[in-house]
Design a protein around this ligand. Sequence first.
Ligand code: SAM
Length: 340
Amino acid sequence: MSVVDTLGRPLRSLRISVTDRCNLRCHYCMPEDEYVWLPRESVLTFEETVTIADLMAEVGVDRVRLTGGEPLLRRDVPDLVSRIAARPWIRDLAMTTNGVLLADAAAELKRAGLHRLTVSLDTLKRERFHEIARVDALDKVFAGIDAARRAGFTGLKLDAVIMRGVNDDEIADLLEFGRTVDAEVRFIEYMDVGGATSWRPEFVVSRREMLLRLERAYGAITAIDESTSAPAARFRLPDGLTFGVISSTTQPFCRTCDRARLTADGVLLLCLYAQHGTDLRRPLRAGASPDTMRRMIAAVWEGRADRGAEERLTVRDRGSYIPLSVLKKDAHLEMHTRGG
Ligand code: SAM
């Protein structure tokens, strides 16, 4: 059984945040000095996570991405990987990581059955990495990328949030680095998601501007014609190198969004900009039957009408989305809780 929402969008992809903790403090995601964390007892066990994933699969999900927080901070995450990899319905199992702990984990993740890895990498400069992430760990990320390749991960992706005056002078350098490690680079427009309290429109480098700059450096860029629900639009340089741009801020793609998100404590969210979610942990722990749970999930998706990023586009005098005082009262509004 598969379900569609009020805009005809099917449910296909599930992003599971396995922890809200992170070992970096990137200023575009976690700029504050202190955070309120999800209580440990509310975090789903792996059994509970797989139970919910199975129910979601019954209404259409066949792709899962593990994220966070930093997913590699969750103890025994390869165990979760192997459990999901063994599900008969899984077609694509990926993880998004900052790469800091990847050097020690890559081989085990591969053995556990992870299909694909995306590593977030905003800069190639050590000092700059330290300034952005507030931890001096770029060498560890490079080691992680190296280990992922040695472990046999192919189709590696490198995601870079591009911010004016911060790292927008590295667009071409990041592409060239991607070439040397056989990874496809994806440039992400800086988004005004919950938690990004320093977001200002002037820091956004639009997809249009990124392409213009790359065209100046490389010559004519060709758009790759694909009809997928993937968030990145893909392009090709004259020399054949491909890359992606995720333009959620200036050219959102809500109409093709087939993604649901599950927080580490079992809240189902339908949009990165959603202000409310559906708590699946409570009914699950209270013993709701699989049938009841499945019907609940199907009904939530069928009622979906959000177009969060498109709606943000219509806001005049756009500033940060959720005020800090509100974020402090509800961790679920934070990007690092819902996963990117
Ligand atoms: N810790 C993992 C990582 O760094 O990849 C996974 C979680 S992180 C929240 C997922 C992605 O969201 C990262 O690529 C991060 O750069 C991106 N992200 C966080 N805040 C963002 C923002 N304000 N705008 C755009 N992307 C953002």
